[in-house]
Design a protein around this ligand. Structure first.
Ligand SMILES: [Zn+2]
Length: 341
């Protein structure tokens, strides 16, 4: 059932075809709502493939809409029949998907946007080279934003590929009566592709307001070879297509109805200067960590705390629970977009 949107100035129609359970298509239309309503091309336990987000490319444009809102667009793509933009608010760093037809955009540059919090945060993260081991100047460890501004803590959970189920009890325990506990989940494409039901459970936690999830890109394949030197491991494995690892994960999130944030976390926190530069060019903030809890570091205000709720690190989750119960890990837990200065 298709409905024609009214033909009037400054209005447009977005029609997304949603195949419900593989059956008949449902059409929805709207008039330049911001953010745009967009949804997975299929609904169910099996995630939509990343290829559903088509014609995907990086852009950098300054955009405004008829209501006077301003955004920077960083990606263009097509979902269903609709041309969409992935945009960022340059002050809050919040991302949103917008209908391209509802916005007026013009190319811009990093220099022209250099005074924005967005570009400053990208530059600071790109310059933060982390640890360069003396014997291995060819790779970086924990480069990027590794400590947050202000009080409290930034809880980040990595969803590296895993054959184990999501540790839902850990995430459920994060929720509080006030609701919308912020948590950043670094999601790998292979985790999402193989954990459709867990992904839908996470979306439900966000929809009901239990959790406020920031989706961090953790690469699509998240390569890892136990025992291999770090300079040739994780995304530094020979043959890795860094840009495809970044974009295909974004596309997978978008094809499944979620909005990628401006953050990217390197698998193993291992990178090199060239990959850091790729992130900068693609307007992403490299995300490190202060505290990989399983290694028991001291805690400070503004810590970016790293845990693995993917079933692979139960010791870290138990330690998290103990630190929280003892008061050593104090809130408030804050949205990751507040972590950069
Ligand atoms: Zn990982």
């Amino acid at each position: 059932m298709l409905k024609k949107a009214p033909l009037r100035r400054a209005s447009c129609a977005i029609i997304l075809l949603l195949a419900i359970g593989g059956r008949a298509a449902l059409a929805a239309d709207q008039t330049c709502a911001s953010p745009a309503r967009f949804g997975p091309t299929t609904v169910g336990a099996r995630p939509a493939p990343f290829t559903d987000a088509r014609d995907y490319r990086a852009v950098f444009q300054q955009c405004h809409d008829a209501a006077g809102r301003a955004r920077l667009a960083t990606r263009r793509f097509v979902l269903g029949e609709t041309k969409l933009l992935l945009t960022v608010d340059p002050a809050t760093l919040e991302t949103s998907v917008e209908a391209e037809a509802c916005w007026t955009c013009a190319d811009t540059t990093d220099a022209a946007q250099g005074d924005t919090r967005f570009i400053k945060a990208i530059d600071v993260a790109a310059r933060a080279s982390g640890v360069t081991p003396a014997k291995h100047p060819d790779y970086l460890r924990n480069a990027g934003l590794a400590h947050g501004a202000g009080e409290g803590a930034f809880i980040t959970g990595d969803l590296c590929p895993s054959s184990r189920p999501l540790d839902r009890s850990f995430l459920a325990a994060l929720t509080s009566p006030g609701g919308s506990t912020p948590v950043a989940l670094s999601i790998s494409g292979l985790w999402l592709a193989h954990h459709g039901e867990d992904f839908q459970w996470l979306r439900e936690q966000a929809r009901t307001g239990a959790l406020a999830i920031t989706w961090v890109n953790h690469s699509y394949h998240h390569p890892y070879a136990p025992g291999r030197p770090l300079a040739e491991n994780f995304l530094l494995e020979p043959g890795v297509d860094m840009r495809a690892e970044v974009f295909d994960t974004e596309r997978l999130l978008l094809a499944n109805g979620e909005t990628p944030s401006v953050f990217f976390r390197f698998p193993g926190l291992i990178s090199n200067a060239a990959q850091m530069e790729t992130l900068r060019e693609d307007h992403l903030i490299a995300l490190g960590a202060d505290a990989w809890l399983v290694f028991s570091p001291p805690l400070r205000p503004g810590d970016i705390v790293l845990v693995h709720p993917n079933g692979n690190e139960p010791d870290g989750l138990r330690r998290f629970a103990r630190l929280r119960a003892s008061g050593a890990l104090r809130g408030p837990f804050r949205p990751l977009a507040q972590a950069p200065q």
